[in-house]
Design a binder for this molecule. Sequence first.
Ligand SMILES: Nc1ncnc2c1ncn2[C@@H]1O[C@H](COP(=O)(O)OP(=O)(O)OP(=O)(O)O)[C@@H](O)[C@H]1O
Length: 240
Amino acid sequence: MISIHSLYKSFGQNKVLNALDVTIQEGGIFAILGPNGSGKTTLIKSILGMVIPDSGEISINDVSVRESWKYRQKINYMPQIAQFPGNLRVNELIRMIKDLRQKPAVEAPLINKFNLEPFLDKKLSTLSGGTKQKVNILLAFMFDSPLLILDEPTTGLDPASLIILKEMIHRERQAGKTILVTSHIMQFVEEIADEIIYLLEGKIYFKGSIAELKLKTSQDNFEHAIAAISMNKEESWVKY
Ligand SMILES: Nc1ncnc2c1ncn2[C@@H]1O[C@H](COP(=O)(O)OP(=O)(O)OP(=O)(O)O)[C@@H](O)[C@H]1O
């Protein structure tokens, strides 16, 4: 379980997270949504220890992330923009990440699934955007960890690869994993998410299932329901 209490983070005058509270139970797919710049990546990076909050508490399974960074070994993270040296070859990158993480990896089925064999010897700088994204998905999914954090994993994927990604995410959920995912593609979110966590103005405005969100906003359409949250800011959407 991830427990976040009274989290504050500003960049200069820009208050990004403002007394944010949220609890995310173990197991399931949680979509972290919100407008551009609402702090989704900042929240994710705070959980990962890549952004240091100004104040507040984050704990995973009752252990404060400040006390121990060992918990990161149990997280598979796919960043929104992965930046690796362009002259690295795909197979060198896979080897490098395996060496860094020092835990068993199973990459062959993923290479096969995404038809990446022809690219293993290619330099990253020569790959198309979608192929780079498939490599990034592979890097996140080749380890067995209880928590997966995927920041905009769908970017640049063709329809066939998107279907594969959705199947992979579902399989992880079936295995009891906790998956945090951000996406601006509402159809993707509607297909995969068990719960929506909606960020606005530094706080969680809504947390609950898609059915609950539709009920609360009186909208049958998910995209319209999402739009309705930010249009009705004065109402109390926080349901827990
Ligand atoms: N390292 C940084 N230095 C200064 N400002 C930052 C930094 N990181 C993020 N910000 C600012 O914090 C705010 C939240 O950014 P963040 O990337 O968390 O938003 P987001 O919800 O993930 O956005 P998007 O949907 O566009 O990916 C933005 O205004 C951004 O410019």
